[in-house]
Design a protein around this ligand. Structure first.
Ligand SMILES: C[S@@+](CC[C@H](N)C(=O)[O-])C[C@H]1O[C@@H](n2cnc3c(N)ncnc32)[C@H](O)[C@@H]1O
Length: 331
């Protein structure tokens, strides 16, 4: 039995112990909360950075629209600040080296490596980005979806204003058919093709659901497509290839076009080069290694060599999507 003195002492001791426990628990909770906050911030930064990298990789193309360039810078600065605050480690691997490694993994064949990506993880990623469910995509992907929709609208408006009824269009690298389908619905006869079997399947099923009866879809790399068409389109594909390959692609696409050739690419400007480099600094096997920016004068020169002159140009720049669009006509 405790005496009142010992009970008082015990009570004091218990109170002191309780205070220590509360203090310890508080400190521990604070440490846990801090660790949790750092871990969350790290995860968020890594996720944003890798999404940014992926989007820069494949989103592709354009000259920055004045206002939008500012917000893109803001986004990138935000990512860097978040990453720095969380102490995220960005591996600054040489993108050229990583590009070579990815190509080597596909037996040294760059096109095979692109095909592998778009038949596996790229297929599901781009089906979602090019879908219409807002819950399936994150904010960056939603931004890319909106930016890409602007590019498609611009092309459809150009061609529609010149008359689409009965015109033949080859949409090379058609993806899920986001351009082929509206062109078909407006009366064009569309021969669409893509290097990726799963994306061609998706395009077929979307075309059928939309009632786009005058569009056909086949699996083919664009340099193996043949035929003659009023218009040839190749949208957001060139970002996957270096300039010498793009030169060959433009030459082939031009040989199939009797009138118009429409291409888009990610412009190689100092601003976009920095943006892309930041994307490439994200940790992990970044998709950004597959992205090539192209100098507009190089693309224009390739069009000129192929006998085409640029008749319209546009650009689309959202926070994460950059696409320079050129329409050229046989000179
Ligand atoms: C970013 S997506 C753009 C899809 C479509 N042009 C659009 O704008 O909705 C790039 C597409 O290019 C395709 N692609 C990549 N390399 C290709 C090649 N050599 N020949 C044909 N398609 C290719 C990919 O499979 C993918 O569907």
């Amino acid at each position: 039995m405790l005496t009142s003195k010992s009970a008082t002492n015990t009570h004091k001791l218990n109170r002191a112990h309780a205070r220590r426990c509360v203090a310890t628990a508080g400190a521990s909770q604070k440490r846990t909360a801090k660790a949790h906050a750092v871990a969350s911030a790290q995860a968020a930064a890594a996720s944003v950075a890798s999404t940014l990298a992926a989007s820069l990789a494949v989103a592709g193309p354009a000259l920055a629209a004045d206002g939008d360039a500012g917000s893109a810078v803001g986004s990138v600065v935000g990512v860097l600040a978040l990453a720095a605050g969380a102490g995220v480690f960005f591996s600054a691997a040489d993108p050229e080296k990583r590009r070579e490694e990815m190509t080597a993994a596909a037996g040294g064949d760059e096109m095979a490596s692109v095909k592998t990506y778009f038949e596996t993880e790229g297929a599901s990623r781009w089906k979602k980005i090019y879908g219409d469910d807002e819950e399936e995509v994150n904010k960056v992907q939603l931004d890319i979806r909106m930016g890409h929709a602007q590019t498609v609208d611009k092309i459809v408006n150009w061609l529609d204003s010149d008359g689409l009824d009965g015109r033949t269009v080859a949409d090379c690298g058609c993806g899920t058919g986001l351009l082929s389908i509206p062109l078909s619905l407006k009366g064009a006869n569309v021969s669409a093709s893509d290097i990726s079997g799963p994306l061609v399947e998706e395009a077929r099923s979307r075309a059928s659901a939309a009632g786009a009866k005058s569009a056909t879809f086949e699996v083919s790399d664009l340099e193996s497509v043949d035929g003659k068409f009023n218009t040839v389109t190749c949208v957001d594909v060139m970002i996957h290839y270096p300039q010498n390959k793009v030169d060959a692609m433009i030459e082939h696409l031009a040989s199939m076009s009797e009138e118009k050739l429409i291409v888009s690419f990610a412009p190689n400007t100092p601003y976009y080069s920095v943006l892309k480099r930041i994307g490439e600094l994200a940790p992990g096997p970044s998709k950004a290694t597959r992205a090539y920016l192209h100098k507009e004068e190089d693309v224009r020169a390739a069009l000129k060599r192929a006998g085409f002159r640029v008749t319209r140009d546009e650009m689309t720049a959202t926070n994460f999507y950059f696409s320079r669009l050129l329409e050229a006509e046989r000179a």
